[in-house]
Ligand binder design. Structure first.
Ligand code: CMC
Length: 427
């Protein structure tokens, strides 16, 4: 596989060992350290995986320096402009954009499997009405592991495919129900006359007492939000899904683990945190104080929606969402939205501040998405749930990819720093 080698000198051991270098199709190469421990009795140490490729993957590529994001080789800008979320879901899960016939089959499957089992609906009543939607989603999606006993041979391509479709298809209903339950409104079923994004909107906002009219611009914005959040290579939640899946765990349980990880404010919970931050800042004149706090090492406050482990440039998703946010605000007569004014000014000041310039901290996908979702009617507690609906496509794609591999269970090692051998007092 490799004819290039890096040589490491372990000076204290007085010996050297050559390691193969693996080349991908794009991006940096990786030193293959798989046999390092067995050959050299030494491990690599990389908490946070800053220099570690945890797997090989052919789904999504990010060039963080240039601000490039590719799904299966296609730039995100081209996909977001010309293709629907279901076409993107087909691309990510199968590797190719569908032709019209393949798309018809794929969308038919999504419609067929989008209903929630009646017993799944009864779970909702066990939750407090004030529970966070992500807490409900972790529980409900995990509980799906107890269903579909007839299709649980997850080494068979048929059962893998059906689990993937079920997860993508049901997630909007699961997320919407976690919201409608919280406000005491009857849970709405999917309407198969609508496309994926419109259907999600009607399950979220439709009332049983009146017809729900889908606003085409809001449906288009929803579709774009789903596309932009669909996958992002080995982020924390996707890595969690892959690790859970490496043990052969049930796919619904693996995705529930992904939802749990996504919930954190350093990951998918950031869009909710951005909105809270903008509300706390209140007005553009308070921005300098917020910037000063973000720069103060003694203060745990960070500018939410800024910075990224991989991007050292403008997150291309953020640029697209910022423009859509402007369009939707104008469409809804909210051009003077104070949160948008604060966000734009915060971005302007931060991007001309030496601290943010030198650390290459730019707005990420979450910086504007909260403002957009709020304008569309989503309460802030639902923002991460929307992210989960979209990212299910990515998680499922990685789960399908992992099922084709044979590297066994993921099992990191550790650098032990606890007590050395000692014995209990025998007295
Ligand atoms: N505000 C102020 N300073 C920051 C920020 C920020 N948002 N982000 C990073 N820094 C500083 C950090 O203090 C550190 O400074 P120093 O080198 O002096 O110690 C330097 O920049 C590098 O930061 P890091 O913590 O090593 O970067 P990371 O790769 O571990 O963290 C991050 C990435 C996204 C967790 C972080 O930038 C952050 O906490 N941002 C705010 C939360 C956020 O917006 N998260 C959404 C990420 S995008 C969506 C997703 O992937 O889910």
């Amino acid at each position: 596989m490799s004819n290039t080698f890096a040589t490491f000198e372990f000076t204290d051991e007085q010996h050297s060992h050559a390691l193969p270098i693996l080349k991908g199709t794009l991006g940096p190469s990786a030193i293959d350290v798989r046999n390092m421990y067995s050959n050299q009795d030494i491990m690599t140490y990389d908490p946070g995986f800053r220099s570690t490729a945890s797997c090989q993957s052919g789904i999504t590529y990010i060039d963080g320096e240039k601000g490039v994001l590719l799904y299966r080789g296609y730039p995100i800008e081209e996909l977001a402009e010309r293709y629907s979320f279901t076409q993107i879901a087909h691309l990510l899960t199968s590797g190719e954009l569908p032709d019209s016939q393949q798309l018809a089959v794929f969308e038919k499957e999504l419609r067929r499997y989008n209903l929630l089992h009646d017993q799944v609906l009864s779970f909702y009543k066990g939750f407090r009405r004030d529970a966070h939607p992500m807490a409900v989603m972790v529980g409900v999606v995990g509980a799906l592991s107890a269903f579909y006993q007839d299709a649980q041979d997850y080494n068979s391509p048929d059962d893998q495919h059906r689990a993937a479709i079920r997860l993508i298809a049901k997630m909007p209903a699961i997320a919407a129900a976690s919201y409608t339950y919280s406000i005491g409104r009857p849970i709405r079923h999917p309407d198969n006359s609508l496309n994926f994004a419109s259907n999600f909107l009607q399950m979220m906002f439709g009332r049983p007492s009146e017809p729900y009219h889908v606003d085409p611009l809001l449906a288009k914005a929803m579709d774009q939000i789903l596309t932009l959040h669909a996958d992002h290579e080995q982020n924390a939640s996707t890595s969690t899904v892959r690790m859970a899946a490496s043990s052969g765990a049930n796919p619904f349980a693996c995705i529930a683990a992904g939802i749990a990880t996504l919930w954190g404010p350093a990951h998918g919970g950031a869009n909710e945190a951005v909105l809270n931050m903008l509300e706390n800042i209140g007005a553009p004149e308070n921005i300098p104080a917020a910037i000063a706090r973000a720069k103060d090492k003694k203060d745990p406050f960070r500018l939410m929606g800024f910075g990224h482990r991989v991007y050292r440039n403008y997150d291309p998703r953020s640029a697209l969402i910022r423009e859509t946010t402007k369009q939707v605000l104008a469409h809804l007569g909210m051009e003077n939205d104070p949160l948008m004014a604060t966000a734009l000014e915060l971005e302007r000041i931060a991007l001309s501040d030496e601290y943010f310039i030198s650390k290459k901290l730019y707005p990420n996908v979450d910086f504007y998405s909260g403002i957009l979702l709020r304008a569309m009617g989503f309460p802030s507690r639902m923002f991460t749930a929307v992210f989960a609906v979209a990212r299910t496509v990515g998680w499922v794609s990685h789960w399908l990819e992992l099922k084709q591999e044979a590297h066994g269970i993921d099992r990191p090692r550790q650098l032990y720093t606890g007590p050395t051998l000692r014995h209990v007092d025998k007295r």
